[in-house]
Design a protein around this ligand. Structure first.
Ligand SMILES: Cc1cc2nc3c(=O)[nH]c(=O)nc-3n(C[C@H](O)[C@H](O)[C@H](O)COP(=O)(O)OP(=O)(O)OC[C@H]3O[C@@H](n4cnc5c(N)ncnc54)[C@H](O)[C@@H]3O)c2cc1C
Length: 369
């Protein structure tokens, strides 16, 4: 059986020859870049067979506990329950972390046992595969918020980004008005440099605390980092394990609250709120003066569907799981839309959503107990 190529989004290559420290460099948070080819197709194992393989591998134990009492759920957690698209099979290991100590402990455990891992927030920018994920999914629940001084907020990376946007605006500070309505976490928004309405996350940041793959804590100044449109240095940072906390520096502004409410209202009118989506699937092409949504709409693709995956009839850059979409439906829809837009306008759209490659089983199966 052949299906749309996940290598478009490829993240983590399971290389059995890697040593733990090398694994750590690929086992961290995935960022998937999309090659320019949009037509290549890669055969995948049939989902049933592959799922059988993964589940067999997983169900040795239901829970694995590390030395610090952290409980890793084995083979049971469905990724579809961890993302806004509602797509994805089981992951081999799953755990939630509520503070930095737990996060570091989880990362160390994964490294010691050569288990590849990803850290996720709300999964609102991720496409998981029906086959699941062969490594460990760490769900970030580090949710504190500290008011350091007027307009300066130090926030846990698992804190809800939309809540932060509403809260800061209500308190009379500008910079994060756009965040109301973005259903991610502060960590995910920083990693993606999320933005809207002419604002972006990086513009409001003062510093970022990270954990490296050696388990060291580092504080990075915003001024030393290069961010771009939906891009951050973390997407290519070799020794990043996770973003732990972000400090935002915001300016006082009387109209912030009103502006935040206007942005949210605009969003409600122009986006398929309440549907299962991952926000914009494609980045807007640079320097063309036309958005990805306009190109898709002009190509006549609103409401176009593959199985349960559908181009929204409200916002053409939002693809929705209209019920029972598989990851392959969504991948195929993404590829078809790219192809048709390219044929019609000669524009090569680039994905903003990230695909998580399922084939990253433990590097050393003997350690996988
Ligand atoms: C309805 C809807 C509207 C949206 N609107 C917008 C919008 O206006 N603008 C916009 O930019 N995006 C938008 N998005 C996309 C998405 O919400 C953002 O990209 C968001 O910032 C992702 O956050 P998350 O916590 O869900 O990240 P996830 O999807 O969980 O993860 C995304 C990536 O970040 C990495 N990551 C997450 N947390 C951490 C961490 N603590 N440390 C290191 N890496 C981490 C993950 O490994 C992954 O690679 C929208 C999505 C939806 C569903």
């Amino acid at each position: 059986m052949s299906c749309p190529s996940p290598t478009h989004f490829a993240v983590i290559s399971p290389n059995p020859n890697l040593k733990p420290h090398e694994v750590s460099q690929i086992a961290k948070t995935p960022f998937m870049s999309f090659p320019s080819s949009h037509t290549s197709h890669l055969p995948l194992q049939s989902p049933r067979n592959a799922c059988f393989f993964l589940c067999n591998h997983m169900n040795k134990q239901e829970v694995t506990q590390n030395g610090n009492g952290l409980k890793f759920v084995r083979g049971k957690k469905l990724l579809r329950d961890l993302c806004t698209w509602g797509i994805g099979g089981p992951c081999n290991y799953f755990l939630q972390v509520f503070n930095q100590t737990q996060l570091v402990s989880a990362i160390r455990y994964c490294l010691e046992h050569s288990i590849q891992f990803i850290i996720i927030g709300k999964g609102s920018n991720c496409l998981f595969d029906d086959l699941g994920f062969g490594g460990c999914v760490i769900l970030n629940r580090i949710e504190f918020l500290e008011r350091i001084e007027s307009g300066i907020y130090r926030v846990g990376s698992g804190f809800q980004f939309n809540r932060l946007g509403v809260q800061c605006s209500n308190e009379g500070f500008t910079g994060l008005e756009f965040a109301g309505g973005i259903p991610g976490t502060v960590g995910g928004a920083t990693f993606m440099n999320a933005g809207a309405n002419g604002q972006e996350t990086a513009d409001a940041i003062d510093s970022i605390e990270i954990v490296t793959t050696e388990g060291r804590l580092q504080t990075l100044k915003r001024s030393d980092l290069d961010f771009g449109y939906r891009s951050s240095p973390f997407q290519n940072m070799e020794d990043l394990a996770a973003i732990v906390a972000v400090t935002f520096q915001l300016n006082h502004c009387e109209s912030a609250r009103r502006r935040q409410q206007e942005y949210l209202e605009r969003r409600r009118k122009s986006q398929p709120v309440g549907e299962r989506s991952a926000g914009s699937v494609f980045r807007n092409p640079s320097n063309l003066g036309v958005s990805a949504a306009e190109l898709i709409e002009k190509a006549g693709l609103k409401s176009f569907r593959v199985g349960g995956a559908m181009v929204s009839d409200i916002h053409a850059n939002f693809f929705i799981n209209s019920g029972g979409s598989t990851s392959q439906d969504m991948l195929e829809l993404i590829n078809l839309v790219k192809e048709k837009v390219n044929q019609k306008f000669g524009v090569q759209l680039k994905e903003e959503v990230l695909y998580v490659d399922p084939h990253c089983s433990s590097v050393n199966p003997n350690n996988d107990k």
